[in-house]
Design a binder for this molecule. Structure first.
Ligand code: ADE
Ligand code: ZN
Length: 339
């Protein structure tokens, strides 16, 4: 595909984002500004030093920096600003629907209550619905390095805000924190009517993807790139068309793959899996959604058909209604045919 065609497609075709941690969209400039405003001490002398710290050799090294960064978020305005800045990027990048993850325990454990961050988020989301025409669903994630009991208490604390939440997720340190550790709390969440997703097969083995499916009954797998190590799992994911939210730049920055040329996303797509492209933690990993597509175009010889399929998969794998998915898919086909 010619570069000019790629650029037009990326710009003109409506897209989704299904795997985006709102705390991972905190840009260094905003982190610095909020640290000063809220008198939070950071181990950096200036904004350049923050950027220089974004050099990770595994998931845990990143998480340590990410939780420290999130500590500057204190009041409702901070959470509004964080959410609004990301939704403005969505507008710029023609993302029309996004399903955004947030980590309540990162905030409640510092004494910042649900009403603070949920109210900030709600104001930004309403503004984006009205002024930008973007639809937003929220995914409340449990931190898997903490106990299931803690997750259970968090689910209870969230009760006044259930109507704002579409799905429950599982993130943080994957190794040694298998999905089945959270079996009961996910069963409870399902009972309450929530969709369920879980990070699995990012750093952890294919076995964790099986567990997310069998023990947590997830509707979608976040990452899942290590599924490729298990042929039976690949066949299962294909047969059931379980969506996978793959995050190419994240995987390279966290050394899941040595470089973008080694990434298996197109191999998974070729297998017939329902693979989508997402940014994960854009301010820490060098780019938002379009930068992920651009990195794939540059390093993986992405074809027009593959690009269009990946974008359509983003709608197919979303929690939008069937009618909405159909509407967007038709629009994508029409636009792609004209480019
Ligand atoms: N929290 C934020 N980003 C994450 C990732 N890529 N994996 C696990 N937990 C996360
Ligand atoms: Zn993630």
């Amino acid at each position: 595909m010619e570069k000019s065609i790629f650029e037009r497609l990326i710009k003109e075709v409506p897209k989704t984002e299904l795997h985006l941690h709102i705390e991972g969209s905190l840009e260094p400039d905003l982190m610095w500004k909020l640290a000063e405003k809220n008198h939070v001490a950071l181990p950096y002398q200036n904004i350049d030093e923050i950027k220089k710290a974004y050099n990770f050799s595994n998931l845990q090294e990143f998480l340590d920096v990410y939780y420290q960064g999130a500590s500057v978020l204190c009041d409702e305005d901070d959470f509004f600003e964080l959410m609004w800045q990301y939704l403005l990027v969505c507008k710029q990048q023609n993302i029309v629907h996004t399903e955004i993850m947030f980590d309540p325990q990162t905030h409640t454990h510092r004494g910042v209550g649900f009403e603070v961050f949920m109210t900030g988020f709600a104001k930004a989301i309403k503004k984006a619905n009205e002024e930008l025409g973007i639809s937003v669903f929220l995914i409340m994630c449990f931190l898997r390095h903490l106990s299931e009991q803690d997750a259970m208490e968090t689910l209870k604390q969230a009760e006044p805000f259930y109507n704002m939440i579409t799905a429950i997720g599982l993130d943080s340190s994957e190794l040694n924190n298998p999905p089945e550790k959270f079996k009961r709390v996910f069963a409870e969440a399902k009972e309450l009517g929530f969709k369920c997703v879980a990070h699995a097969g990012e750093e952890g083995p294919a076995q964790y993807v099986w567990q997310a499916i069998r023990s947590l009954s997830v509707d979608r797998i976040d990452h899942g790139v290590r599924s490729i190590e298990d042929a039976k799992l690949i066949a299962y994911l294909k047969h059931h068309q379980i969506p996978m939210t793959v995050c190419p730049l994240s995987n390279v920055r966290l050394c899941v793959f040595d470089d973008m040329k080694q990434h298996n996303i197109l191999a998974l797509l070729e297998e017939g899996l329902l693979v989508t492209v997402n940014a994960d933690d854009p301010s820490y990993f060098g780019g938002y959604l379009n930068e992920n597509f651009t990195a794939m175009f540059t390093s993986l010889r992405l074809s027009k058909a593959e690009l269009v399929q990946l974008i359509k998969n983003g709608f197919e794998g979303s929690f939008l209604s069937k009618a909405q998915i159909q509407k967007w898919t038709r629009q994508i086909d029409d636009i792609a045919a004209s480019i």
